[in-house]
Design a protein around this ligand. Structure first.
Ligand code: NAP
Length: 292
C-alpha cells in the first residue's frame, strides 16, 4: 500500500436476489392471508409494444415474479406498429377493468409513441410503475404511497444495511424521471444532503468524492473509478449496459471493492429489488382500491 492509498475497507456486497426474496416472501404471506380471507389475488397487467428481446425477457421475469408470490398477471402484446391511440385505448380498458390493480407499460416504447402520454394515461390508482405526473407530484409533496420501483428498491437496500441517512452527504449521478430525480427526493426526505449530477456537472469525480452515499444511474460502463469513492462510502450501482454479452455497471466494481463499505453488483444487485418494488406497488394499489 502506498502512503497515499487509503487503508482497505471491508466491503459488504449486496445479494439483491436474496434480499428481494426475503421481501417477496413477506408479500406472498400477505397475499395468502387476503386470499384465505376470501379476496381475489391482486393482478398486474403488463403491456409490451414491439418485440424487443430484452423487453420480452424483462416482462417474462416480472410475470414469473408475480406468479411466485401468488399475484395474478395479464400480458398484452402489441405489434411495434401499434398506433398511439390504440395503446391509449388498451390502457383505458385496463383502467376501467376492476380485476386489474396495477398497470405496467414496458419501456422503451417505439419512437412514434409518446412515453409521457402513456404515463399520463394510466390511472394513478393503478400506477404500479409510479410514472404518472400525479404520482411524481405526490413524491415531491412527500405524500406518495406508490413510488418509483428502482428508487424504492435502493432505499430498501440502504435500510437493510442500516446505512445512516440523516445528515449524510448523498451524491446521485443521473437525473432521469425514473431513477435520478426520485432517488434524490427520497434521500432528501430522509434528511440526507443531496447533490444531483448530470452530463454537464463540472468536476464530477470531485463531487463524488464528497459522498457518504453515491448512487450511479447513468448507463456508462465502469465510469465511477475507485478514486471517485470516499473510503467507507455506500455505493449503489444502478447502471446496466451490455458489453460483449455481459452486463456491466456504472461503477468499476473490482476497483471499488475494498474501498466502499457497501457495493451493489450489476447482476443480482438493484435489478431484483426493482421487480420486488413493482410487486409491492401492485399489492399496495390493490389494497388501496379494495380498502383491504
Ligand atoms: P437516462 O434516462 O438515460 O439518464 C441518464 C442520466 O445520466 C442523465 O441524467 C444524464 O445526464 C446522465 N449522464 C449521462 N452521461 C453522463 C456523464 N458523462 N456524466 C454524468 N452524468 C451523465 O437513464 P436511466 O433511465 O436513469 O437509467 C440509468 C441506468 O440505469 C441505465 O444503465 C439503465 O439501464 C439502468 N437502470 C437499471 C435499473 C435496474 O433495475 N437495475 C432500472 C432503471 C435503470 P443529462 O440529464 O445531462 O443527459
Amino acid at each position: 500500500m502506498s502512503e497515499t492509498e487509503p487503508a482497505p475497507v471491508h466491503t459488504q456486497v449486496l445479494d439483491g436476489l436474496a434480499l428481494a426474496n426475503e421481501i417477496r416472501a413477506e408479500l406472498a404471506e400477505t397475499i395468502a392471508q387476503l386470499v384465505a380471507a376470501g379476496s381475489r389475488a391482486p393482478c398486474l397487467a403488463v403491456v409490451l409494444v414491439g418485440d424487443d428481446p430484452a423487453s420480452r425477457s424483462y416482462i417474462k421475469g416480472k410475470k414469473r415474479a408475480c406468479a411466485r408470490i401468488g399475484m395474478d398477471s395479464t400480458e398484452h402484446l402489441l405489434p411495434e406498429s401499434t398506433p398511439q391511440d390504440k395503446l391509449l385505448g388498451l390502457i383505458a380498458d385496463l383502467n376501467a377493468d376492476d380485476g386489474i390493480d396495477g398497470i405496467l407499460v414496458q419501456l422503451p416504447l417505439p419512437k412514434h409513441i409518446s412515453a409521457a402520454a402513456v404515463a399520463e394515461a394510466v390511472d394513478p390508482a393503478k400506477d404500479a410503475d409510479a410514472l404518472h405526473p400525479t404520482t411524481s407530484g405526490r413524491l415531491l409533496a412527500g405524500t406518495a404511497e406508490l413510488i418509483s420501483c428502482t428508487p424504492l428498491g435502493i432505499m430498501a437496500v440502504l435500510d437493510h444495511y442500516s446505512v445512516p441517512l440523516e445528515g449524510a452527504r448523498a451524491v446521485v449521478i443521473g437525473r432521469s424521471n425514473i431513477v435520478g430525480k426520485p432517488i434524490a427526493l427520497l434521500l432528501q426526505q430522509r434528511n440526507a444532503t443531496v447533490t444531483v449530477c448530470h452530463s454537464r456537472t463540472r468536476d464530477l469525480a470531485g463531487v463524488c468524492r464528497e459522498a457518504d452515499i453515491l448512487v450511479a444511474a447513468v448507463g456508462r460502463p465502469r465510469m465511477v473509478k475507485a478514486d471517485w469513492v470516499r473510503p467507507g462510502a455506500a455505493v449503489i450501482d444502478v447502471g446496466v449496459t451490455e458489453v460483449d454479452g455481459k452486463l456491466v455497471g456504472d461503477v468499476d466494481f473490482d476497483a471499488v471493492l475494498g474501498r466502499a463499505s457497501l457495493l451493489t453488483p450489476s447482476r443480482r444487485g438493484i435489478g431484483p429489488m426493482t421487480i420486488t418494488m413493482l410487486l409491492r406497488n401492485t399489492l399496495l394499489a390493490y389494497r388501496n382500491r379494495k380498502a383491504l
